[in-house]
Design a protein around this ligand. Structure first.
Ligand code: NIG
Ligand code: FE
Length: 412
């Protein structure tokens, strides 16, 4: 099966297969071809170039993309899309003056979602979550990381991870799974956090390993959640089972979690609304990629990750949604890209790089996703007729996507 896209106004994000991420000043470049064609065979990108080289190509299906821009699908490297119910009451409570922290201290927040998930059966959790996945595919997401962490018991964490596995098997997009048992300390372990950490290490991890349910391990390294010592123990235990660290760090407080993550060879450090010079120096000496989550900053009215500081230091930066019921009830990567430009002063080129190739890097899949490269998976976005790619972040809040192609097939 071959699919040929012709007369593309601009084909964005052309990269060599060896370019696994884009860093620093290079993020300002978005290599592109004007008036282009793209040929897909089955689920991979076969060939592309200028329209005047599009001769003697016989394809099963042709899409005329006159006036339209084509780019790789969004690679969303941080989500909690598997959850039960919602937290709209906490949203209203925050409008009425309570803080996220105050809500959590009253037993709301993550513990609220955990209780709801514990009481939801696996099929219902799957259906609720799959609906959200289908929705973000239409919004252009072609690869997604999903975390556990709303279970917080052996059974409920396994239930979440099995649901992620089922989504991985049934949704058309690429899915990576992360074990986040260390998302919050359950009420019954309030006075004995070490006992919960032992449960994670001695009970949850071996079972997850046995069923092959996770690729990565995550910890919410934050005051009131998991300390540096806890984080270190959990990451090391995960590494023993072959799980690469990707951690939540510096959302509200910076106290050494970033250097710790780097020491444990973390693939990514996510949030970083707070950031120190020490953190930047640690990242510079590593392959760990920082990940910013601007929709979370928007929704909670907390600082935005200082993207300029990170990029100007020569680092790569990825953008992700953080889709979850508490701090970011949205998985719209188009909004993420707009917000990064508007609030974090990233240029459209930087934001698109951060949400495609660098997002793929933050999931360890940039050899196959995140750019227009021969041999990579044909997961692409065809926009509506828009003036230029700047228009994507500029005209925020509108849907600029005309068609989405996943594994070479048009999503209906
Ligand atoms: O990434 N920071 C921790 N975890 C999520 C939010 C969890 C929640 O409020 O349910 C986040 O923002
Ligand atoms: Fe998160």
């Amino acid at each position: 099966m071959t699919l040929l896209i012709t007369n593309i106004k601009e084909l964005l994000q052309i990269r060599e297969r060896t370019e696994l991420k884009v860093s620093g000043a290079d993020m300002k470049e978005l290599p592109a071809i004007k008036n282009a064609f793209l040929l897909i065979e089955n689920d991979v990108i076969m060939k592309f170039g200028e329209m005047n080289h599009c001769t003697n190509i016989d394809a099963d299906k042709v899409i005329d993309a006159s006036g339209k821009i084509v780019l790789p699908s969004w690679c969303d490297s941080h989500s909690h899309i598997v959850y039960a119910g919602n937290r709209e009451q906490e949203f209203v409570d925050r409008i009425n003056g309570l803080t996220y922290e105050e809500i959590a201290n009253r037993g709301g927040g993550i513990l609220n979602s955990a209780e709801e998930l514990q009481n939801t059966d696996e099929d219902s959790l799957y259906e609720q979550s799959l609906k959200r996945v289908k929705n973000i595919i239409k919004l252009g997401t072609g690869a997604l990381e999903i975390k556990s962490g709303y279970g917080l018991t052996v059974d409920a964490e396994l239930k979440m991870l099995r649901v992620i596995k089922r989504i991985r098997e049934n949704a058309p997009i690429k899915i990576k799974a992360t074990f986040l048992g260390a998302h919050a300390i359950p009420k019954i372990f309030k006075s004995d956090a070490d006992a919960y950490i032992n449960l994670i290490i001695n009970d949850m991890l071996p079972l997850i390993h046995k069923e092959n349910l996770a690729d990565f391990i995550d910890v919410f390294c934050e005051k009131g959640y998991f300390s540096l010592e806890h984080t270190n123990r959990i990451l090391k235990a995960g590494l023993e089972y072959g799980l690469t660290p990707k951690i939540h760090v510096n959302q509200f407080n910076a106290f050494g979690g970033v250097p710790l993550a780097v020491k444990n060879n973390a693939l990514s450090v996510d949030h970083l609304e707070e950031l120190t010079e020490e953190d930047i120096n640690a990242l510079k000496a590593s392959n760990t990629i920082p990940v910013a989550l601007p929709s979370c900053s928007y929704f909670l009215s907390i600082p935005y990750t200082p993207a300029r500081k990170l990029i100007n230091a020569g680092l790569a930066l990825a953008l992700a949604s953080d889709y979850n019921p508490g701090s970011t009830p949205s998985g719209n990567m188009n909004f993420v890209v707009s917000t990064a430009c508007i609030k974090m002063k990233m240029t459209p080129e930087e934001a698109i790089n951060a949400a495609t190739i660098n997002g793929a890097y933050a999931m360890g899949i940039s050899e196959d996703y995140g750019s227009i490269t021969t041999g990579k998976k044909a997961n692409i976005i065809i926009t509506k007729d828009i003036p230029s790619y700047n228009y994507l972040p500029y005209a925020f809040g509108d849907n600029h996507i005309d068609q989405v192609i996943i594994n070479g097939k048009v999503v209906e």
